[in-house]
Ligand binder design. Structure first.
Ligand code: DON
Length: 580
């Protein structure tokens, strides 16, 4: 990590003054200076030696910091933060969704928990197709059929059971309090409600809670969620069974069934999170620990980093030349991802062949440093459908003893399928859309995936979520992750390469991002981002650029050798770091 060096006294003066000005402007203290190349503004950065929590909502990060201050460990804080996000960040925080986490213990052990949703037992391969054999519009995103068996509550409880320290009720308490006492609706939530109005107002309880007088809750409104508070209170007192069985399960299932879904009480009662061996990817002195299947994180990160190692060596940093190499490696990795990946527990995924080191080296060697390769010659698989609201959320926690938790969770689309279950106060996921619902049909993220990822009862849909913990020479260095559907792995890669290549974490998080996903054969560029010089150098190599909205929303923590933990919240969102 670099600290900025300036040559002139005036520049030095500015360097000293800038953090103070930013801190004053933001009404906090300890926030760092803006980066030079940050079209969205500077990341919100905070350093502390006591512990660090970074998430998409300041109240949720504070919930985690509160739990650390009460003697909790990194896992306690991560779960408290995730539960609080279900209250204050309903776009993606959830009880009825799913996700993944990677956790590092002080002794260096790294474990991964998969609490991804599963396809209900009564789901079928053709469940989203009409009698004409074509996909029924929005069936896999905006209906009760879109709901996969939720995994978050059992997932959080299992992670806490194995790795938490404080009593479960203490970890749930901040979320319950936020739901009961209420919080002030931030501008971001108000805007997202307005954007998803059509999806949300189709459901009576969602209308009642989020559109009380017909318009989305205005910024600054106090939002109390008594039903959600009661659900959290029961879960806090009785544990996850208070959600997966009994009254709550009956309510949730009856609601889904009454609206044409197939979820059953047996599905909810039978859901089990799975501890998995994290993928361990070496890149020079770094080891990246991330999710294996049913996330594509491990495959994409391993493939891209192995190709880069051949194309330019195991170095960090991203300039115009290395961006071309990165995008070309992404093109090749995504061709494999979509064709070959699915739930490895339910079907055969030839990972050994796809990730064979000699094959990855050959892929890296096939990159022409001067010219873009056409995707057609690499194998077709992806396209992107624009304009759908996307939302997932990532939180990172680190403590001075070397513990870390990297957790990404989602309802899939923004606010899931849009339905709040009356009496429970929870939003339902639309994760079934992550399956390949029909051959050749792109999902919410434009992924056209193979039959390996078709709907199978009990299977987990293929994911892109990439919670990661990076070590350098065996010591914890970086905790990182992001939302963004198909752009998640490439977002994580860019922050990783920048933060390990000399940029401060704040600059690495704020920097413009680019993305290639093989099909369409274009480089996605943030509208506000990427300098003209970089754009020109890519065009000169034959890349076609396509502008789009912000890519990802990273919440990350870096460990410094002096014991400082520095958290950075992406300026693309409204999140914040918090320390105990
Ligand atoms: O698991 C996945 O890959 C998707 N359900 C993630 C969705 C997502 O990231 C939406 N975010 N912006």
């Amino acid at each position: 990590m670099r600290t900025r060096n300036s040559s002139s006294p005036f520049a030095s003066f500015l360097v000293i003054l800038a953090p103070i000005l930013v801190a004053v402007l933001r009404g906090g203290d300890g926030f760092a200076a803006p980066g030079d190349d940050a079209p969205f503004g500077p990341a919100r950065v905070l350093s502390s030696k006591r512990g660090m929590v970074v998430s998409a909502a300041p109240e949720a990060s504070s919930a985690g910091a509160e739990v650390l201050a009460a003697g909790g460990n990194a896992m306690d804080a991560a779960i408290a933060t995730a539960l609080a996000l279900a209250v204050v960040y309903p776009q993606a925080g959830n009880l009825a969704g799913g996700g993944f986490l990677v956790a590092r213990s002080p002794d260096g052990t790294v474990q991964a928990l998969d609490f991804r949703e599963t396809a209900p037992a009564l789901s079928t391969r053709d469940m989203f197709l009409g009698t004409d054999g074509r996909p029924v519009p929005k069936a896999s995103t905006a209906t009760s059929l879109a709901v996969a068996t939720p995994g978050s509550v059992r997932g959080y409880a299992e992670a806490h059971r194995r790795l938490g320290r404080l009593p479960w009720a203490r970890v749930v308490a901040p979320a319950e309090r936020l739901a009961r006492e209420g919080f002030l609706v931030p501008a971001g939530l108000s805007a997202d409600l307005a954007e998803s109005r059509e999806l949300l107002t189709r459901w009576e309880e969602t209308r009642r809670l989020f559109f009380p007088d017909g318009s989305p809750l205005a910024a600054g409104t106090l939002l109390r969620q008594p039903d959600l508070a009661a659900t959290l209170a029961r879960v806090g007192k009785e544990g996850p069974e208070a959600f997966h069985r009994g009254d709550a399960a009956v309510r949730l299932v009856s609601f889904v069934r009454a609206h044409g879904g197939v979820l059953s009480e047996e599905d909810l009662a039978g859901y089990a999170p799975v501890w998995r061996a994290p993928d361990e990817i070496r890149f020079g002195r770094l080891v990246v620990h991330t999710m294996p299947l049913p996330s594509s994180a491990g495959q994409v990160l391993r493939s891209v980093l192995a190709q880069l190692e051949v194309a330019r060596g195991p170095a960090g940093g991203l300039d115009a030349d290395s961006y071309h190499l990165l995008l070309e490696a992404e093109r090749r990795a995504y061709a494999d991802r979509n064709r070959w990946l699915g739930d490895g527990d339910c079907t055969v995924v030839p990972l050994g062949v796809i990730l064979e080191p000699a094959r990855l080296a050959a892929l890296g060697a096939s990159i022409d440093p001067a010219r873009a390769t056409s995707s057609a010659s690499v194998g077709a698989s992806l396209s992107r459908r624009a304009g759908e609201a996307e939302e997932t959320t990532h939180l990172s926690v680190a403590t001075p003893d070397g513990s870390a938790v990297s957790l990404t969770t989602t309802l899939n689309g923004s606010f899931g399928n849009g339905a709040i279950v009356p009496g429970l106060g929870v939003l339902l996921n639309n994760e079934m859309d992550d399956f390949a619902i029909a051959p050749g049909v792109p999902n919410l993220y434009g992924l056209v995936q193979g039959s390996v990822n078709e709907v199978r009862p009990g299977a987990r849909p293929l994911s892109s979520m990439s919670p990661a913990i990076v070590e350098e020479d065996g010591k914890p260095l970086l905790v990182v992750g992001s939302p963004g559907g198909s752009t998640i792995p490439t977002t994580v890669l860019q922050v990783l390469l920048r933060a390990t290549g000399g940029e401060s974490l704040g600059d690495a998080v704020a920097a413009p991002r680019l993305h290639h996903q093989h099909t369409p054969d274009v480089v996605f560029v943030e509208k506000a981002g990427a300098s003209e010089g970089l754009r020109e150098s890519l065009r000169a190599r034959g890349h076609l650029l396509r502008e789009r909205g912000p890519i990802g929303q990273v919440h990350a923590v870096v460990f410094s050798p002096d014991g400082q933990l520095t958290g950075a919240a992406d300026p693309r969102g409204h999140g914040a770091p918090a320390a105990p």
